[in-house]
Write a protein that binds this ligand. Structure first.
Ligand code: ZN
Length: 274
């Protein structure tokens, strides 16, 4: 086969390999990082809530070629959601998971979606969510109220599944990301008592303000840490906060609460569910 001379083809690309949608992702390997993007096709991710964070994480993971995305959300698209990335005016009134699944199919038809419209804490949907978590490689937090967050935390502990927890404050001017490995690192309940780590997240209340920029920053970090875990790239961070007013990022090293009501009996070395 004759070498191609198109200026659009990277000079280090083998001449007999046609560029595809993953070519620029695979190019990271050329910089010395031993990662295999095609492994993502065998991975399943569950996203609990496809609002301001979940719609972005789903979009990015689809573009990166994750094999299956399980999407859970109880809401429909409202006019006030249009300032966020991903929804169109014509989506108003439709359930969010169907809209996101439609978007993913248009972004990357290689990705299988399993949209479930309903409250993960309600009878019937809970079983579907439990099954999805049990069969996932990781779970991403996208719900915006404290009881649901604790519910997701407990499901991930029960099945020993990594949880990439994240949230944006009610003012939309700060946020955080926490990587949770049940039985190894602090869970959501463990850090709930740590002053300063999530003091801006008001318990039991849905978000009020919304800045698409803050959501994009937090969702970007949340997805970045998920991809690093899936690909074995670098060190997955423990806990990071972002303050939009100062531009500051702060990292924290959390520690497990030995008396945590959610995870204290969970042992990562034991193969059985907690
Ligand atoms: Zn805990």
């Amino acid at each position: 086969m004759e070498p191609k001379s198109s200026p659009d083809i990277a000079p280090n690309l083998a001449p007999d390999i046609a560029p595809d949608r993953y070519t620029r992702l695979k190019a990271i390997k050329d910089f010395g990082y031993d990662i295999t993007w095609t492994d993502l096709a065998n991975r399943t991710i569950t996203i609990a809530g496809v609002g301001g964070l979940g719609m972005i994480t789903a979009d990015i993971l689809a573009r990166c070629g994750v094999g299956q995305l399980n999407l859970f959300d109880k809401d429909t698209v409202d006019t006030v959601n249009l300032n966020r990335i991903g929804f169109l005016e014509s989506d108003i009134g439709k359930d969010k998971v169907s809209v996101i699944a439609r978007n993913i199919n248009q972004i990357n038809p290689d990705v299988k979606t399993r949209p479930v419209h309903g409250d993960i804490m309600n009878f019937g949907v809970e079983d579907l969510f439990d099954e999805a978590v049990a069969n996932s490689d990781a779970v991403l937090m996208g719900v915006d109220n404290y009881p649901a967050r604790m519910f997701v935390n407990q499901k991930c502990i029960n099945h020993k599944k990594p949880l990439f927890n994240a949230g944006v404050s009610r003012s939309a001017l700060s946020g955080f990301v926490q990587s949770i490995f049940p039985g190894k690192t602090a869970c959501l309940q463990c850090v709930a008592r740590v002053k300063g780590t999530n003091e801006n997240l008001e318990r039991g209340a849905s978000c009020v303000a919304s800045l698409p920029t803050t959501f994009a920053i937090i969702a970007g970090i949340q997805t970045q840490e998920t991809l690093k875990f899936l690909l074995g790239l670098g060190t997955v961070l423990d806990y990071i906060t972002y303050n939009a007013l100062t531009g500051d990022f702060h990292q924290f090293q959390t520690s497990r609460d030995p008396h945590c009501s959610a995870c204290s009996t969970c042992d990562s070395d034991d193969d059985t569910d907690c």
